[in-house]
Design a binder for this molecule. Structure first.
Ligand SMILES: [Zn+2]
Length: 1002
């Protein structure tokens, strides 16, 4: 076999060097990677590397030796063994300790702090290049800054060319964003050593032509927990060890879905570093499929907003990289495969939509540093056109193997990049320039958020998100008018008036692409050849933030006078009017509940109906703030990005005191990520809570005595059985506790055993909690749990065959008078993961009460034609009772027959109320993929179920998702703020009440 031959060549070269460096130190056929024959090899280190490599096919001539140095310590100095040694994982700080040792011992290494995690752990970046380059880094950076923003050189290609000629690029590599993917830190330690020490011509070429920038650990909180867990495993080798329940402070795997919402510290730190160093590439290291998937190329569909140059750079780098790896005979390397490049949520995409190059490796990992026998599945080991040399079906795999692959691939790609710096810098400039030229080419010219007080709070949040993306913002100095092309071809264009002060995202700026990708709409064709979207298909931020944004294509618009907007928060915090009361109209702001907690509920009343006062209109749910010093109120309003109106007297509408309830935020030990996004939103909004688990409530018999609201955010595809019973109890207990061995675990919450679920005691206590007047908030799988456990009478989950994959869908309010709906207009765009909906019924156990045969819709065979009634012959005609025609969001009204002696009938005050439903099919799709939408159109998605004196609020859509769905947060916060006003009184006896059911009054 071909690769055996190459292996033999590699072996020969190893022997050659070991034998005290004869004249030639060739690395095989390809002279590109020849070594310096005069440089000594660290024999001891090299011997260990070889020992830990399970098959000589799993290394390359690039990394099967380590050059020796008299001055620079190898990773063994900190690790006590070589990089990738079995049974050992370093903490982030050990990794940093090594990089700082490198910095002290080599002029080619520089370490900087780039920020901290949510839990205060440091993040670093390590720059490696010749001293000469590092010394000139500042001047070089000034040149790169001009290439990154060609406006600074008057868009002059001749000037750019001179800058390109004089500049060296920056290649940014990031490791271990995903904590169970453990190999990168040691691989990057050794890679840094090689780049600093090795005198092979190709490495000398790399470090004299570019800066390699490395962040060895992106998710530092998660890394330290993963190392704890691994240590626990080493200390208890015969026991099953707990899964990593918490990675980062808030989320797990989704930390790699934050490049749109920019909520996590790690995302912001990496973007600031990437942009601050004016890097050309962001290359993120992951582990999953065997043995190395360079998904730089991936699969279609590609993101529609990238510069086509980037797509070609992906091809160029991906195919070159795999071809080089193939030349070493390393099996299982491929670059086309399962992963579409549509959604820009991945960390690497920070570069993709900021004029750089995004790249990602998936190497193979064992989720720790154990050497394991791995049995692959056919999809992994089969030969396909893009993977002619697949991995073997069974293999022994070590952390060292992983490190060999990561380093070999990175070194070859760095080598290629160093030989083509001019080309990549030219592209970098060209992409930046084309981003600025966008209005004159494909457009649009700008996106405008028309000044609108009702949306100001959410506008600020959208603008701040764009600002975190380093997008420049402006504000119209004067009112402007723009012509908007009709949505349908042939229709007349419309004119939109934009008031002075409207917020403008101009597209003639370097980062227009990220703004365009976030503010535009997405369409994924139902018959796209890609049948497995890798992530969400739609994310349009104007929709998800529930903010009106005008896409302007009229080139004349750019001539309007506008000023830079350095701080979007100036848009809010205004106080109008006179009087001792402050009225904050509810317009769906996300900070009202936080404000109630801050000002104390006894100072806040809530208007239950709309009212007009002093010439102003106030929506239902308006906050009325009283008996507080003015300065306290205005300061709090400013911080909360809220406008207010001072009024002299309380309005005449009914009011109640706002609730700042005692909230328990309940998580399951099955998974904590999806609830983590909710936790993030609550923390950001200043809403306090006790953080408890499903296990906690098993021992809390007086749950209602302790809490008013329990938030049971989604677990993430958990079955009701799993929530109730947990994971199987066959093996040993799996603790999640802070100990000397595991100091980073058990910080957010702890348990002696993660396996048990809520249990029957917990369920009983939960039921009592609701029956005694508590509010339980549930979503997706926890809503299904509440339904299946009988906590939501009259509600069932309804799943049609609609195809929805992270799609933005349109919904409409059914009961605008429900407190959860206060502040909203008629419609609300929502994120739907998979098209889940509910059905409601007036009876227990009913599934919405569908009529099997409806003679008014599908008449049976008989006399007359379709529009005529059939009737039996030879007797008097008796007209049937007219059958009700409930809409998909309505329960079927019960007739006298169905009501008689029926214990399943739910008393009127306990029947579920539908708050929100999907719209009709024709209006349903807003962004993303939707097929067969008729199956879910008009179905309920938010339902308030009544149990005893309390309520269960059920969401079929996730209203608090990845920091992106700001528009739907208030559904949750409104309900909490009014948790004690969701109950209904039994109806007054009505004439003929038994026969005909009328809608309930609240
Ligand atoms: Zn990963």
């Amino acid at each position: 076999m071909r690769f055996q031959h190459l292996r033999f060549a590699a072996l020969l070269s190893l022997l050659a060097v070991s034998a005290a460096a004869p004249a030639l130190a060739q690395s095989g056929l390809n002279p590109t990677f020849d070594r310096d024959p005069h440089q000594a090899v660290d024999q001891e280190y090299t011997k260990k590397m070889k020992e830990y490599t399970t098959d000589s096919a799993y290394t390359s001539p690039l990394v099967d030796y380590l050059p020796a140095s008299n001055t620079v310590p190898t990773p063994a100095k900190v690790l006590g063994d070589v990089a990738g040694a079995p049974n050992m994982l370093p903490y982030a700080e050990d990794t940093y300790k090594y990089f700082r040792m490198l910095e002290r011992s080599s002029p080619r290494v520089k370490v900087v702090t780039i920020g901290h995690s949510e839990e205060g752990r440091e993040m670093i970046a390590v720059a490696i290049a010749d001293k000469d380059l590092l010394d000139k880094q500042k001047e070089n950076d000034a040149r790169l800054a001009k290439l990154a923003d060609p406006r600074l050189i008057g868009m002059d290609d001749a000037k750019a060319r001179a800058l390109v000629d004089a500049s060296f690029p920056v290649y940014y590599i990031t490791g271990t964003i995903h904590s169970p993917e453990t190999g990168a830190p040691t691989a990057l330690m050794e890679l840094a050593y090689r780049l600093a020490v090795d005198d092979s011509p190709y490495i000398k070429y790399i470090r004299s032509h570019m800066i390699v920038l490395i962040t060895p650990v992106v998710e530092v909180d998660g890394r330290d927990r993963q190392v704890d867990l691994y240590k626990w495993h080493r200390a208890h080798p015969d026991l099953q060890y707990p899964r990593l329940v918490y990675w980062g402070h808030y989320v797990a795997h989704d930390n790699n879905r934050d490049a749109m919402g920019m909520t996590l510290n790690l995302t912001n730190n990496v973007l600031s570093t990437y942009l601050g160093w004016h890097a050309q590439v962001l290359h993120d290291l992951h582990e999953s499929v065997p043995l190395l998937y360079d998904n730089t190329i991936g699969d279609g569909p590609y993101n529609a907003w990238i510069d086509p140059l980037l797509a070609d750079e992906w091809q160029e780098l991906g195919w070159n990289n795999t071809a080089q790896m193939q030349s070493f005979g390393m099996p299982g390397v491929f670059t086309h495969g399962d992963f579409d490049t549509w959604s820009p949520g991945y960390l690497m995409f920070l570069a993709g939509l900021h004029n750089g190059i995004s790249r990602l490796y998936e190497t193979f990992g064992n989720g720790g540093a154990d050497t394991e026998k791995r049995i692959l599945s056919p999809e992994d080991y089969s030969r396909t056109w893009y993977r002619q040399n697949p991995p073997p079906p069974v293999l022994t795999w070590s952390q060292r193997d992983n490190n060999n692959y990561e380093q070999s691939a990175l070194l070859t790609t760095l080598s290629y990049f160093s030989k083509n710096t001019h080309h990549f810098l030219e592209n970098y400039y060209r992409k930046s320039k084309r981003s600025i030229e966008k209005p004159a080419t494909e457009g649009p010219v700008a996106y405008v958020l028309p000044k609108n007080d009702a949306e100001a709070n959410r506008q600020v949040q959208l603008l701040k998100t764009l600002q975190l993306q380093h997008v420049e913002l402006s504000q119209l100095d004067e009112a402007a008018t723009v012509s908007i092309p009709a949505a349908k071809r042939g229709d007349k264009p419309t004119t939109v008036n934009l008031p002075a002060g409207s917020y403008v995202v101009r597209m003639d700026q370097p980062f227009s692409r990220i703004a365009d990708a976030l503010l535009d709409k997405q369409f994924w064709a139902p018959d796209d050849p890609q049948k497995h979207p890798y992530d969400d298909t739609g994310w349009s931020f104007p929709q998800l933030f529930n903010v009106k944004v005008v896409r302007v294509t009229d080139v004349a618009f750019a001539k309007n006078k506008m000023s830079p907007l350095p701080d979007p928060s100036v848009a809010t915090g205004h106080v109008d009017g006179t009087g001792s009361l402050f009225a904050v109209s509810n317009t769906g702001q996300t900070s009202l509940l936080g404000l109630v907690f801050k000002l104390k509920p006894e100072h806040v009343s809530i208007a239950e109906k709309a009212f007009d006062q002093d010439g102003k209109h106030f929506n239902p749910g308006t906050l009325l703030i009283h008996d507080l010093p003015d300065t306290d109120v205005t300061a709090a309003l400013k911080t909360a990005s809220l406008d207010s109106v001072r009024i002299a007297t309380m309005p005449s509408v009914a009011t109640h005191t706002a609730a700042a309830p005692r909230i328990a935020f309940m998580h399951s030990w099955l998974a904590t990520q999806t609830e983590g996004w909710w936790r993030y939103a609550f923390d950001k909004a200043g809403v306090p809570y006790d953080y408890i688990s499903t296990q906690t409530i098993g021992g809390m018999s007086d749950l209602r005595g302790r809490y008013d609201v329990i938030v049971f955010a989604p677990v993430g595809h958990a079955s009701s059985d799993q929530i109730l019973n947990g994971t199987p109890m066959y093996g040993n207990a799996t603790p999640w506790e802070k100990t000397d061995l595991t100091p980073n675990i058990g910080v957010l919450d702890h348990t002696t055993d993660t396996r048990p679920g809520m249990g029957y005691d917990g369920l009983k206590h939960l039921r009592e909690f609701i029956e005694k007047g508590g509010l339980l908030i549930t979503c997706e799988d926890t809503a299904q749990f509440a339904i299946e456990m009988g906590l939501a009478p009259g509600v069932s989950v309804s799943r049609g065959d609609a195809r929805v994959v992270g799609t933005v869908l349109n919904s409409t309010f059914v009961t605008p008078e429900h407190p959860a709906a206060w502040g909203y207009g008629a419609n609300l765009p929502v994120m739907s993961a998979d098209g889940m909906t509910f059905s409601v019924s007036n009876t227990i156990g009913g599934r919405g009460g569908r009529t099997l045969m409806d003679p008014y819709q599908q008449r049976p065979t008989g006399r007359g034609l379709v529009g005529d009634a059939d009737f039996p012959q030879g007797r008097k005609i008796i007209e049937p009772e007219p059958l009700p025609q409930p809409k998909p969001w309505e329960p079927r009204p019960l007739n006298e027959e169905q009501l008689r002696n029926n214990p399943s009938v739910i008393p009127e005050q306990y029947r579920p109320e539908v708050v929100l439903r999907f719209t009709e099919t024709k209006d349903l799709l807003l962004s993303g993929l939707l097929d067969k939408g008729g199956a879910i159109a008009e179905h309920p998605i938010v339902v308030d179920a009544h149990l005893g004196a309390g309520n269960v609020l059920l969401f079929a859509n996730n209203p608090v998702y990845r920091g992106e769905t700001v528009g739907s947060y208030p559904l949750v916060f409104n309900a909490i703020m009014n948790f004690d006003h969701l109950q209904r009184q039994p109806p007054a006896p009505k004439k003929d009440a038994a026969k005909k059911e009328a809608p309930m009054e609240k």
